[in-house]
Design a protein around this ligand. Structure first.
Ligand code: SF4
Ligand code: SF4
Ligand code: SF4
Length: 271
């Protein structure tokens, strides 16, 4: 009888020890993650457009992956385990596949079941932009040069900043070196892009361009000269200048032909 009890006790002891070890590991890693909680800027996580502030986002996002599935250009990925608390949450790797807004409807925001990505933000911006037009042309007969859909979509695209482009090392930029560029768009990797003003998407790895002075980041920016222009400097040099209209979509980084890209997009930590 005593032998049986000691067996049970040993088994119980081993079970209890294993449970304690697992609990300690869980508590330990949670403490580690909380202690070393990094901002999305430090983690390099560019959230999908419309994402709410990071602290709330981590609670609101249920990691369902619907935003990943719905994105027609597969711009959204789920963060890896080494991102701590952000593990499994959506982000955009602008270098690999930027959000070029070619879906127009901003489906990731529309589909998010918890409003971690908030469509209301875009709806409000779109409604506000077209309201004066409908007031002016109540019969809906707009002059040829006014396309309310375009006005609405542009306002929606500009409604949220997820990051900000910058040229960290200007000497790497071809334009700064006074150089042109001939070859495929970007650094040769395959990615989709709908160039501004066009209907169809192109594969950047299959599209050749020839520019006397490199300005790919400027001509392919979905928000155009509100977001980025090419500044002329002395000595035949040029440099992309990022303006207030930049929303951090990542297209400039994706299309830049240098390796690594001379222009990068840093995530913005919303408060
Ligand atoms: S759809 Fe919303 S809840 Fe689901 S993973 Fe994307 S952000 Fe998170
Ligand atoms: S400069 Fe233009 S392309 Fe680059 S991140 Fe800003 S909005 Fe996007
Ligand atoms: S695409 Fe790259 S190399 Fe070309 S101008 Fe822009 S930052 Fe410079």
């Amino acid at each position: 009888m005593a032998a049986t009890n000691s067996k049970i006790n040993r088994r119980q002891f081993l079970k209890a020890s294993a449970a304690a070890a697992v609990s300690l590991a869980v508590v330990g890693s949670a403490a580690y993650y909380f202690k070393d909680k990094k901002s999305i800027k430090e983690l390099g996580l560019l959230r999908p457009p419309g994402s709410i502030n990071e602290e709330d986002f981590l609670f609101a996002c249920i990691k369902c992956g619907l935003c990943v599935q719905i994105c027609p250009i597969h711009a959204i990925k789920l963060a890896d385990w080494d991102t701590g608390l952000a593990y499994g949450t959506p982000y955009i790797d602008g270098q690999a596949q930027a959000c070029d807004f070619s879906c127009d409807a901003i489906q990731c925001a529309e589909t998010c079941p918890t409003a971690a990505i908030n469509f209301q933000l875009f709806k409000k911006a779109g409604d506000e932009a077209v309201a004066p037009l409908y007031k002016k042309y109540p019969d809906g007969r707009f002059p040829k040069e006014i396309n309310p859909f375009k006005v609405q979509v542009t306002a929606m695209k500009s409604a949220d900043k997820i990051g900000l482009a910058k040229v960290p090392n200007e000497s790497q930029c071809l334009a700064y070196q006074g150089q042109g560029y001939t070859g495929v768009i970007g650094d040769g990797h395959s990615a989709l892009l709908r160039p501004p003003g066009e209907q169809e998407r192109i594969d950047i790895a299959k599209t050749e361009v020839k520019r006397d002075i490199c300005d790919l980041c400027v001509i392919y920016c979905p928000l155009g000269e509100d977001a980025i222009v090419l500044d002329k400097l002395d000595g035949g040099k040029f440099l992309p200048k990022v303006l207030d209209g930049c929303v951090g979509c990542g297209v400039c980084q994706m299309v830049c032909p240098t390796t690594p890209a001379a222009i990068i997009v840093e995530p913005i930590d919303k408060k």
